[in-house]
Write a protein that binds this ligand. Structure first.
Ligand SMILES: [Zn+2]
Length: 92
């Protein structure tokens, strides 16, 4: 399952927030309670690269993930460049 960081802006009170979902879901405004705001921007987080100590860890959210991204570790690399090369080579 793809995993997304959705960016919302409330049409009523103009506040902005982000939330993580497995789809481009509507969300309720956490400030004024306005219902079903649609995301205006979504970043895909299905794969990500995280710093862990001296390593760069490539993580991937599998198809089975639903309410949590359930990241699996695909590999560790000494540099971000190698981690990016791994991701692009494998087509994730
Ligand atoms: Zn609002």
């Amino acid at each position: 399952m793809a995993w997304f960081l959705n960016h919302y802006e409330c049409l009523r009170c103009k506040s902005k927030w982000t939330d993580q979902w497995s789809c481009l879901c509507d969300d309720d405004c956490p400030h004024c309670g306005a219902r079903q705001m649609s995301p205006h921007l979504a970043e895909e987080l299905t794969t990500l690269i995280e710093r862990d100590g001296r390593d760069f860890v490539v993580r991937w959210s599998p198809e089975t993930a639903e309410s949590e991204p359930d990241y699996r570790e695909l590999g560790r690399f000494p540099t971000r460049e190698q981690a990016l090369a791994f991701l692009s080579a494998d087509g994730y």
